[in-house]
Structure formats: C-alpha cells, structure tokens
Design a protein around this ligand. Structure first.
Ligand SMILES: Cc1cc2nc3c(=O)[nH]c(=O)nc-3n(C[C@H](O)[C@H](O)[C@H](O)COP(=O)(O)OP(=O)(O)OC[C@H]3O[C@@H](n4cnc5c(N)ncnc54)[C@H](O)[C@@H]3O)c2cc1C
Length: 448
C-alpha cells in the first residue's frame, strides 16, 4: 500500500456517513469533540429524478450481486442508504432489551420526538395505498398506517419520489445530521475511502484512507466504523479482525404487483401502510420500485418474469406490495467486498406465504389474476456482520481497543425489520457512553 501523503489529527474519526455515522458525528461534535467524518461517496444532488440517477448513488451503479445471484442494493452517497430509503420507522424488538440488556427506550423516544416520527395524515394516504389497506383488512390482516420519518407539512400528495430522494425536505435523511455536525465543527471528507484501522499495541490510533488527494492517515483517539453492513467488515478484516463479515442477514424481499383501475402505487408515499407479522418474520407493505428497476427485477425473475415484462407499460396503474422477510445469518462478506448470501428453505417459505397473501389483497383491490406478477428477489438491509455479543462488547467496541462499530453490522441476530430507528438510537447511546459516561468513569477513577 502507498505511503500517506499527509496526516490529520482529530479526537474522533468516523467512517461512513449513513444513519449510524452521521448520528455519531452529530452527537459527538455537539459534545465538543473534534470529529472527522470520512465518506466514500459523493454528496449527490440528483434527488427525485429517475431510476438511472438513483442507481448512480449506489456502489457499482447498483449492480451488486451475491455469489448466488441475489441483487443487494448498496447506496454509496453522503447520508448512506437513508437518502433513498422508504422512511419507515419501527421500534427495536423487545428481545434486544430482554436478551442483550440493551435498553434503548430513552434514545428511541428522543428520536421519535426530534424528527418527529408519526403516521401519515389522511390527505397523504394515496388511493392505491388506501385500497390495498382496505383489502388487506377485509381479508383479516392487521394492516395499518406505518410510522414514518416524514414531516407531513413538507410532504406533497401524489409526489411519489420518496425512494428517488426526497426533494421537499419532508423525509428525514442522515444528511440533516451531517449538516448539524458540520455546524458544530465536524470536518466531512467526501470520496474518501477508509482502508484500515491503524493500531499501536492493540489500540486504535486512527485510520488510513484514500481521498481525492491521495493516501492520508487520520490520527484519532477514537475510531468509529459506520461503513454499513457490507462496508465495515472488510475494513476490520484488513485491520486484522478476520472473523468480521462471517454470516449476515440481508432481509430479502420480493414485489407482487398488478394493475388496477385507478392510480397505482407510483404516486404514493412509499410504505404508507402494512403489516408486521413478527412471529413469522414477514413484513408486507404497499410499495413499488421505479420503472427501470421494475423491468430489471422482472428480467431477473427468469421466463415467468419475461412474459410479464410488457405489463411495465401499465406501470402508472400498477399496485405493488413488498414482502420482506427475516433471513438467516448465513453467507459472508469478504475482504474484497464480494459476498455470499444463500437463501434457505425457510426464507423461500416466508416469501411465498407473503406472495400468496399479496395476490389475494391485489385481487380484492381490483387487479385481475392474470395481471398479477412476482419479481425476482432483491435485498437492501445488509447487517449483522460484526455482531454484539460475538465480536463486539455491549458498548460496540471491537477486539481493537478504542475502535467501535456503529451501523447495521452490530445487530446481533436475524432482523427482518426496518433498522434505522435502532441504528440511530444505538448511536446516541454510544455517544453518551463515549462522553457523559466516560467523564463519570474518569471522575470515579481519579477523585479530585
Ligand atoms: C431502497 C432502500 C429502502 C430502505 N427503506 C428503509 C426504511 O423504510 N426504513 C428503514 O429503517 N430502513 C430502510 N432501509 C435501510 C436503511 O436505509 C439502512 O439500514 C441504513 O441506512 C443503515 O445505516 P448504516 O449507518 O448502517 O449504513 P449505510 O446507510 O449503509 O451507510 C454507510 C455509508 O458508509 C460509506 N462507506 C462504505 N464503505 C466505506 C469506506 N471504506 N470508507 C468510507 N465510507 C464508506 C457508504 O458510502 C455509505 O454512505 C432501506 C434501504 C434501502 C437501500
């Protein structure tokens, strides 16, 4: 590896500016820490445009596939995946407190108040989402409005651009926390990819990164890795933690879609309503992907998808349901960022159960059986690759002292839920541990 051309000194270096990294940057800079935030992506301004621009904000133009062929989206932009996420909020499951003694009640309440997170008011519930909600309730499903990271007063009905990147500022993204961190003095380095953690005597002393001006060492007392479920493990591998990346969940999903009579899902706020079948590990909501991705997903579905491809012409009337399931921790992220993610029998069973229910809902909402189609599998929630209780302690410290993880990697078990509330709350908790709690610990150890 090349020698660094320059060295920067700071208190904390944070790698990755998604919800985990941006929250750490905001909380620590507000507490007076000198923060450097490294982000491999650019600060893309292509929000709300089209699928091609959307894929332009992803690693390898979105063309990232597991060894087994599953399409796994990996956004690479300032703000991470939150720029294109659907803005659905779900509180952490009870087992995180019961089994791992991680009590996030205070931090989750803080997040809910700050944004504030709430369900959509009546005027923002689009006609397709409403039709599907009524149909789902008619067949006995507990299908309701979902909590959203969306400010209704800024949201425009019939806009339908949430997942392309919100242009009105209604949807919360991690870019808001990056800006706040910058206002408190944090230094954001874009297009800066961290290669490894620098260590001395088993302790982290900074990171080595490559930015637009070449290699540099960023020296810091504390290193926070927030490069995401697929980004953090390779950095740890290259830093000598070889077990990172062993096993991960991706929360695979399929879309079941069919054209109805009126306006389709395209115009609705993404994931307006849905159902969470916690015991089965199945989440179902109204959702459709943009047309180019729709065509891609039908193409990847093989011959049964190809025959339905012409139905993309009916896109504006098409209602879509997403079925996302909790998968296992099999697979691996490798040091070169390639990855394996087998889908087991249980995962297919869940996807299939959801697809059957979705077909029933769509037909009750006005779609014809012959128009109903199912996409190929895609995944967008990689995590669990550096789990608490295995490689991380309860405070998310890695085997390298003073080096912490804070992103979806830390989630200790198969998940199957939108993870952003948990990641942001965990980051707030770690920031407290590194500042307020650290001061209290120091005061006990060194009485005046
Ligand atoms: C299409 C889509 C829809 C989604 N919808 C929802 C939803 O409705 N609700 C929900 O809760 N979640 C949703 N998610 C998931 C959610 O967005 C992610 O789980 C969340 O953003 C994860 O945050 P993170 O901090 O772990 O990492 P990420 O958001 O993945 O951010 C990691 C960042 O690190 C950067 N990086 C990677 N490697 C390096 C490196 N070596 N050096 C420097 N920087 C690096 C990346 O460029 C990226 O910006 C969705 C995701 C997608 C893709």
């Amino acid at each position: 590896m090349s020698q660094p051309v320059r060295t920067i000194q700071t208190d904390v270096v944070i790698v990755g500016s998604g919800p985990g990294g941006a929250t750490m940057a905001r909380e620590l800079s507000k507490k007076g820490k000198k923060v450097v935030l490294c982000e491999a992506g650019k600060n893309h301004q292509w929000l709300g445009k089209n699928s091609v621009m959307l894929l332009g904000m992803m690693d390898k133009m979105g063309m990232t596939f597991s060894k087994e062929g599953t399409w796994v989206l990996r956004p690479k932009t300032a703000g991470g995946a939150s720029v294109v996420y659907c803005g659905t909020a779900v509180r952490p499951p009870a087992w995180l407190k019961e089994k791992y003694r991680i009590d996030l009640d205070e931090e989750v309440d803080e997040v809910y108040k700050e944004i504030p997170i709430q369900t959509l008011p009546d005027n923002l519930v689009g006609p397709a989402a409403r039709k599907m909600m009524n149909a789902a309730q008619d067949i006995g499903l507990d299908w309701n409005l979902l909590d959203k990271w969306i400010r209704p007063e800024k949201c425009e009905a019939n806009c339908g651009k949430c997942a392309l990147g919100c242009t009105t500022g209604a949807k919360w993204t991690a870019r808001e926390y990056i800006e706040e961190a910058q206002q408190h003095g944090a230094d954001l380095h874009l297009q800066t990819t961290v290669d490894r953690v620098l260590t001395e005597n088993g302790k982290a002393v900074g990171v080595r990164a490559k930015g637009p001006q070449g290699w540099m060492d960023i020296k810091a007392e504390t290193v926070i890795l927030s490069a995401g479920g697929q980004g953090t493990p390779p950095i740890l591998n290259r830093s000598g933690v070889h077990d990172a990346g062993q096993g991960f969940f991706a929360d695979p999903l399929v879309f079941v879609m069919g054209a109805g009579q009126g306006q389709g899902t395209k115009y609705d706020v993404t994931m307006t309503a849905g159902t969470i079948m916690a015991d089965d590990g199945i989440v179902m909501t109204d959702l459709i992907v943009p047309p180019t991705m729709f065509a891609g997903l039908m193409t990847f579905a093989g011959p049964r998808g190809w025959v339905k491809l012409p139905k993309v012409l009916n896109y504006k009337k098409t209602m879509g349901i997403m079925i996302k399931v909790r998968d296992g921790l099999d697979g691996r992220v490798n040091m070169d960022e390639s990855f394996s993610k087998p889908l087991d029998y249980d995962t297919w069973w869940k996807l299939n159960k959801g697809a059957v229910l979705a077909e029933e809902i769509l037909m009750k909402a006005g779609a014809r059986k012959e128009d109903v189609m199912q996409s190929a599998v895609i995944a967008a929630h990689p995590g669990g690759t550096v789990r608490i209780g295995e490689l991380l302690d309860k405070d998310c410290q890695t085997p390298i002292q003073n080096c912490y993880c804070m992103d979806t990697t830390i989630i200790p078990e198969p998940w199957g839920l939108p993870p952003t509330v948990t990641v942001v709350a965990m980051a707030k908790r770690l920031a407290k541990h590194l500042t307020v709690d650290a001061q209290a610990r120091a005061a006990v150890q060194e009485p005046a």
